[in-house]
Design a protein around this ligand. Structure first.
Ligand code: FES
Length: 147
């Protein structure tokens, strides 16, 4: 192992310990560190941005096909709770129909994270609000006009 890898490894361990000590589960920490669903979808059918009261911002990119979420990515400018929630939520919504995603509750995202600090519950709320806002915008624009 190179010196750099060792330093990075111990930094990561420190971050894990810090987050674990403040109430994040291992699963939530892994979502935060891996950031697998962070990014942009260049061919997105829907792009929606939302800023929470705390100032954290999420920008969601959805690719839809036959009323289903084919792919989803999200950019997050925010805290570990916001990042972990957003990463988990992308997994949750991918492959689901619009109607199924509209039924998603904050607690469904929480279940995927297993545990985050109480004061970070609003990060989950911001994630779900961004998703629901995106679907509303998409529906208004595509096939629910006039209803
Ligand atoms: Fe704002 Fe986490 S502190 S979303």
């Amino acid at each position: 192992m190179s010196q750099l890898e060792e330093i990075n490894g111990s930094d990561l361990e420190n971050i894990r310990e810090l987050l674990s000590g403040s109430g994040y589960s291992d699963k939530a920490i892994t979502y935060f560190l891996n950031k697998t669903n962070m990014g942009v979808l260049p061919e997105a059918d829907q792009v929606t941005e939302l800023t929470g009261h705390c100032g954290d911002t999420m920008k969601l990119y959805l690719k839809l096909e036959d009323g289903r979420i084919k792919d989803a990515k999200i950019q997050v400018l925010g805290c570990p709770g916001a990042i972990a929630s957003a990463m988990a939520a992308m997994e949750l919504i991918r492959g689901k129909t619009i109607e199924e995603v509209m039924e998603i509750k904050d607690r469904d995202i929480f279940r995927m994270l297993e545990e985050i600090p109480d004061q970070k519950q609003h990060c989950i709320r911001l994630t779900n609000k961004t998703i629901q806002k995106a679907l509303e915008e998409y529906k208004n624009e595509h096939y629910l006009q006039g209803e």
